[in-house]
Design a protein around this ligand. Structure first.
Ligand code: FES
Length: 191
């Protein structure tokens, strides 16, 4: 009995010391405690400690976050006109290339306003690597593309190409001619 009580007593005497340690501690609230710290005592928060905490928090949130959210919100796309001139624009994620072209005075017609009933929004993706990042065209898009002038292996309808982060830096050429069914009086044959 006595040896057990004395072991317990010795442990109780040891434990408070075990919970007290020297050095620096950063608690879950991000406050830096310096020097000799006892978790049972109330920490002294000095102005130096608070300003260091603010620096740590602001570094982790402000500048980096702004830059990364801007990078995610928009991509850069270059349109190459029929005459070879180029225009690079910022396109919000989720916006179609047809809408982006119209907002930036780029001559991409879009006669049916994106309802897959024309091919006047025909664009040519200039780099096959970007072309391969696009969603596969729907049957309706392929049907319209079959009727487009100057069809190429990397042709797409601009109203169906939607901006996403992977397309940042894409270059799109405008074909030298487009076919407008309404003006040409062309009626596509059913398949
Ligand atoms: Fe007509 Fe794209 S605007 S199919």
């Amino acid at each position: 009995m006595f040896p057990r009580i004395s072991r317990l007593g010795a442990r109780l005497l040891r434990e408070p010391r075990a919970e007290t340690r020297a050095g620096n501690l950063l608690n879950s609230g991000g406050i830096l405690y310096q020097g000799h710290v006892n978790r049972h005592s109330t920490p002294v928060v000095t102005p130096t400690v608070l300003s260091l905490r603010n620096v740590l928090l602001s570094t982790a949130t402000s500048g980096d976050q702004d830059e990364s959210s801007q990078a995610k919100d928009k991509i850069s796309v270059t349109f190459v006109n029929k005459d070879g001139s180029e225009k690079t624009i910022s396109v919000p994620i989720g916006m179609s290339m047809l809408e982006a072209a119209h907002e930036n005075d780029i001559e991409l017609e879009g006669a049916c306003e994106g309802s897959l009933a024309c091919s006047t929004c025909h664009v040519i993706v200039m780099d096959v690597n970007y072309y391969n990042k696009l969603e596969d065209p729907a049957d309706e898009e392929n049907d319209m593309l079959d009727l487009a002038f100057g069809l190429t292996e990397t042709s797409r309808l601009g109203c169906q190409v939607i901006a996403k982060p992977e397309l940042d830096g894409m270059r799109l050429a405008l074909p030298v001619a487009t076919r407008n069914f309404a003006v040409d009086g062309y009626v596509p044959k059913p398949h």
